[in-house]
Structures are given as structure tokens and as C-alpha cells.
Design a binder for this molecule. Structure first.
Ligand SMILES: Nc1ncnc2c1ncn2[C@@H]1O[C@H](COP(=O)(O)OP(=O)(O)OP(=O)(O)O)[C@@H](O)[C@H]1O
Ligand SMILES: N[C@@H](CCO)C(=O)O
Length: 353
């Protein structure tokens, strides 16, 4: 009996980059790893859906090890079942190594979902393109910014296509209908239906290699759902134009060989999500107002990473002092932090046999 093994690697990501709410994302060199072995001589039929799961990494005590509760394997089962494969092959062991902090704004759910979809694509030997895999991912996490950065890597912009009424209805299928849930008998018409084609479009921009990412990570979680729940339903024209003007400048400003720090700093300001999220993140307003290219000449720009609470500082130097200043402000608000200096992950999700 042949033993098969492979490894899936998916980067963490930072979404929005200030004004690009649900639009921009960067892949970061901090990787979720799935080490997969399929050894048919091992009987894994005692585990849900035939897969033994183990996990090391952030919040290990909180991550479920049952395939129908764990986001990575639930997602892998979604793509398998949509293509007429009911379960993992007997003898499957998935060992997860996860340094991406959960619920902190560094795209942990996107890396888990992209990892799960790539895992299912390998197990089923479907050989779908990354663009098609994006359709599967967007059925689970419905804003594309983290997902596109994790799948494709680098600095990515995305939009969602206007779909036909049938495809729109399919895209909005409730998650509990398509992800396996313990004790729930799957409804054939939902689980065996692949997603619509071309849910989104994605474009990788250049990136100035002089710009690094200083990520300051507060030691508390903010779930994306709760951080989206505080956002308003509508915005003033002034605030929408404010963000659009900055977004148009930012996507090119971040590609320039010699970054213009003051231009980037202004272009990373936002009026669509950050002001509303400050109630969830003590110290956020002070951090955003206090760390500037005047106080730290190496700083290019500063923003909330994804739905928070992590702060993303783009910088060409002064990395330690930027991090120390942000951490000092959070400490005064009673929040402990760690920090990492990260480069962009240019390859996105990869599989090594
Ligand atoms: N490797 C993983 N294995 C299992 N579940 C995971 C994994 N990574 C993330 N999750 C699930 O996703 C949740 C976090 O997702 P959430 O969207 O709230 O935050 P995030 O993705 O870390 O942040 P953001 O979307 O703002 O960048 C975790 O609480 C956990 O339920
Ligand atoms: N664009 C998303 C990223 C987090 O998933 C948000 O800010 O809610």
C-alpha cells in the first residue's frame, strides 16, 4: 500500500491597509502549515470523516480536533463533498502547525480556509486552478481581501463580480448548509453543489521591497463578526470620497522604488471602519494619532490590520522604536502586546510533495 505525504503552506495576511476595506490585502511571511500523511495501513475510521487531526500553535486549547468542528477540515470536506467525495481517505493524518494568532486581525481564518480548500483539492486530486479555488474559499469567508492575499500572495486588490440571481442565491447559501456539522445529516442539494464560477477578480500589484510590515499584536481576540457588527449600514458621500481618494493614491504609492513616506501616511488614513472599531480596541485612536513620519522617520503608514486588534505599520526603518511606541501606548491602556517584523509572502498558498 502506498503512503502519500505532502505539506500545504498558507501565509497569514493583513487586510484593508487603511482605506481599502474589503479590497486590499498583503500576504505575510508567517505560515500555517498542514503536514498531511495518508497511510492506508492505519485505521482512522474511529475519527469523524476518517481523519486524525493534531495541532500545535496559537490557542491550542481552543482549537477543536474533530474534523466536523475544525475550520481547516470542515473546509476541506466542503470541497470534497461538492465533488462527490464523502470523507477523507482511510489513514489520513493532518498535523497543523499554526503560528498565526487567532482572532487578532492577521487573517487566521483566511489561512485556515485557504489551507482547507487546498488540502481538499490535493486529497481529491481535482487540480483546480487557484482562481477556481478562490470560488470555494469565498463561499466560506465572503469578503475577498484576506482570502486573496493568502491564496495568491503579495499585495492584492479584489472585487466581487455582479452575479446572476441564481448564482447570487447559491453564493449566499448559509454556511451551516455547506460545512459539515456534528450530528447533522447533509442535505444533498446543498453539499453536492460546487460554487458559482468567477465570484471575484483579483489583481496583484507590485510592492516596494524597501517597505516592511511591523505588526503589533495585542493579547486579546476580536472576532471579525463582532468587529463588522459595529460598522454602520451607510456612509456620507464625504467619507466615501475620502477613502476612494486615498485608495487610488495608495496602490501606486506602495509600489514606488523610493517610498514617499508622507504621501503613504496620509493615503493610509480611513473613515470607513477604523473610527467605528475604536470602541473595541482600547488605545487604538491614540496609537493612530501618535505614530507618524514626524515622530518616527522610518514610518510610511499605520492602520488597523484587518478587523483588529493588531496594528500594521508599514516602514522602511525605525522598526524597534515604532513597535516600542505602539506597545507603550497599549500598555498605558492596560493591554499587553507582542510584535513581529514581517516581509510580504509573494507565493501565497503552496503544496510540497
Ligand atoms: N488554524 C485554525 N484552525 C482552526 N480554526 C481556526 C484556525 N485559524 C482560525 N480559526 C478559526 O477562525 C477564528 C478567527 O477568525 P476571525 O475571522 O474572527 O479572525 P482572524 O481571521 O484571525 O482576523 P482577521 O479576519 O481580522 O484578519 C478562530 O477563533 C477559529 O475559530
Ligand atoms: N475586510 C475585513 C478583514 C477582516 O476579515 C474587515 O475589516 O472586516
Amino acid at each position: 500500500m502506498t503512503v502519500r505525504s505532502f505539506e500545504v503552506k498558507v501565509p497569514a495576511s493583513s487586510a484593508n491597509i487603511g482605506p481599502g476595506f474589503d479590497v486590499l490585502g498583503v500576504g505575510l511571511q508567517l505560515y500555517l502549515q498542514l503536514k498531511v500523511t495518508i497511510d492506508p495501513s492505519k485505521d482512522t475510521s474511529v475519527y469523524p470523516h476518517n481523519v486524525k487531526l493534531s495541532y500545535e500553535g496559537d490557542l491550542a486549547h481552543k482549537v477543536p480536533l474533530e474534523a466536523d468542528k475544525n475550520l481547516v477540515t470542515q473546509t476541506a470536506l466542503y470541497i470534497l463533498r461538492a465533488n462527490n467525495i464523502d470523507a477523507f481517505p482511510l489513514g489520513t493524518h493532518v498535523h497543523v502547525i499554526n503560528p498565526v494568532p487567532l482572532g487578532r486581525g492577521l487573517g487566521s481564518s483566511a489561512s485556515a480556509i485557504v489551507g482547507g480548500i487546498v488540502l481538499g483539492n490535493e486529497i481529491g486530486e481535482f487540480k483546480f486552478s487557484k482562481n477556481r479555488l478562490m470560488d470555494y474559499c469565498l463561499m466560506i469567508e465572503r469578503h475577498p481581501d484576506n482570502i486573496a492575499a493568502a491564496m495568491l500572495g503579495g499585495f492584492v486588490g479584489s472585487y466581487l463580480n455582479e452575479l446572476s440571481p441564481e448564482d447570487t442565491a447559491a453564493k449566499n447559501t448559509p454556511l451551516e448548509y455547506i460545512l459539515p456539522v456534528p450530528g447533522v445529516t447533509p442535505v444533498e442539494k446543498y453539499v453536492s453543489t460546487p460554487p458559482p464560477y468567477n465570484i471575484g477578480e483579483y489583481l496583484q500589484y507590485n510592492w516596494s521591497h524597501k517597505i516592511k510590515c511591523v505588526t503589533i499584536i495585542p493579547n486579546f481576540e476580536v472576532s471579525t463578526d463582532s468587529s463588522r457588527a459595529v460598522l454602520p449600514e451607510s456612509y456620507t458621500r464625504e467619507d466615501v470620497v475620502y477613502n476612494l481618494q486615498r485608495l487610488a493614491i495608495l496602490t501606486t504609492a506602495l509600489t514606488q522604488e523610493t517610498p514617499n513616506n508622507k504621501l503613504i501616511y496620509e493615503a493610509m488614513k480611513d473613515r470607513v471602519h477604523q473610527p467605528y472599531r475604536s470602541g473595541l480596541i482600547p488605545g487604538l485612536q491614540k496609537v493612530l494619532a501618535s505614530v507618524t513620519p514626524d515622530t518616527h522617520p522610518g514610518l510610511c503608514g499605520i492602520c488597523l490590520s484587518g478587523a483588529g486588534p493588531t496594528i500594521l505599520c508599514l516602514a522602511t526603518g525605525d522598526f524597534d522604536s515604532i513597535a516600542e511606541t505602539v506597545i507603550g501606548i497599549f500598555n498605558k491602556a492596560g493591554v499587553e502586546c507582542s510584535w513581529k517584523l514581517l516581509d510580504l509572502a509573494y507565493d501565497g498558498a503552496t503544496v510540497e510533495q
